[in-house]
Write a protein that binds this ligand. Structure first.
Ligand SMILES: Nc1ncnc2c1ncn2[C@@H]1O[C@H](COP(=O)(O)OP(=O)(O)O)[C@@H](O)[C@H]1O
Ligand SMILES: [Mg+2]
Length: 298
């Protein structure tokens, strides 16, 4: 994956353990992930598999219990509180699933987009210009003075995208940005993200449980039980990020991921189909590596 060596996000063996009273919840258990500069990656997985935890760690909202996270050469665990704040403000744009969480209800669309710039000390003139540019980019230049409650769900998420882009982040993180939208609106939002990725060269990590995402992004990583377990690469899209083209025949390659110690997860359906129980035999047959169920235990 990292052949061109322009790794932008590097997660190595990340663990995240939440403690609630006496109870420990392991949200991430040895997760590895690499994302290149300018790439679009979707992260999918069942509810509770650790997707939001991972995104929050990459955004610097949370720190892993163990493991290394590097974004744009910053080792996030080594940053001071002030440095993390500045990292978040200058490097990251974040879109939450709940539109209400992205926007201030009493501010207009334009004021919402201007707010992050205001906090970064951008002049009033520049704020006006840039917010206009961004709202135009997301197709909402006719909704400048609307407060969120006067906008539809899809429009709110488009304003949220403009807000996330306000400080020209190099990385856009979206946690189920289309989770509350219908199919058609969800597709427009995904197409918009596509356009932004190709126009602004923003690296994009989208968390979703929408299986349709497979047809709209070049790489989909599946998290199972807190670990990256497999990925699907859409060969027709690896060059040009998003480019849904129904006419073109698409070629998907399904990979099982190894962690740094060489461990991999055998998909549950194979475990059941081949009645695998606890252990398997590996053997080399010609140029193939064969996994055989252990007949004594199965
Ligand atoms: N702040 C928290 N405190 C305790 N447990 C948490 C917290 N955040 C997440 N978890 C737990 O960690 C696991 C992963 O959660 P999460 O990352 O939100 O999954 P996903 O986004 O894939 O649904 C879940 O079991 C969840 O209950
Ligand atoms: Mg989540």
């Amino acid at each position: 994956m990292n052949k061109e060596n322009n790794t932008y996000i590097l997660c190595e063996d990340i663990f995240k353990i939440y403690k609630i009273a006496e109870l420990e919840v392991v949200a991430l258990r040895g997760l590895d992930l690499e994302v290149n500069q300018g790439e679009v990656v979707a992260i999918v997985g069942a509810s509770g598999s650790g997707k939001s935890t991972l995104l929050n760690i990459i955004a610097g909202y949370d720190i892993p219990s163990a493991g290394k996270v590097e974004v744009a050469g910053n080792d996030l665990s080594k940053l001071t509180v002030k440095e993390v704040e500045s990292y978040r403000r200058s490097e990251i744009g974040f879109i939450w699933q709940q539109a209400v969480r992205n926007l201030f209800p009493y501010l207009t669309a334009q004021e919402n987009v201007e707010l992050p710039m205001l906090l970064s000390g951008i002049s009033s003139k520049q704020r006006k210009e840039h917010s206009l540019y961004l709202l135009n980019l997301v197709g909402l230049d006719h909704r400048l003075s609307h407060t969120p409650q006067k906008l539809s769900g899809g429009e709110q998420q488009r304003v949220a995208i403009a807000v996330a882009l306000a400080n020209q982040p190099k990385l856009l993180l979206a946690d189920e940005p289309t989770g509350e939208l219908d199919r058609k609106t969800a597709n427009t939002v995904l197409e918009l993200l596509n356009k932004l990725n190709s126009e602004l060269k923003t690296t994009l990590v989208i968390v979703t449980h929408d299986p349709e995402i497979m047809h709209q992004v070049p790489r989909v990583v599946t998290i199972r039980d807190g670990k990256a377990s497999s990925e699907i690469v859409n060969l027709n899209m690896t060059e040009k990020s998003f480019a849904p083209s129904p006419e073109k025949e698409t070629t998907y390659v399904n990979y099982t991921l190894l962690d740094r110690a060489g461990r991999m997860q055998i998909p549950r359906e194979y475990v059941q189909q081949f009645k695998i129980n606890q252990r398997v035999k590996l053997s080399v047959v010609n140029d193939h590596l064969v996994i055989m169920p252990d007949s004594e235990t199965s």
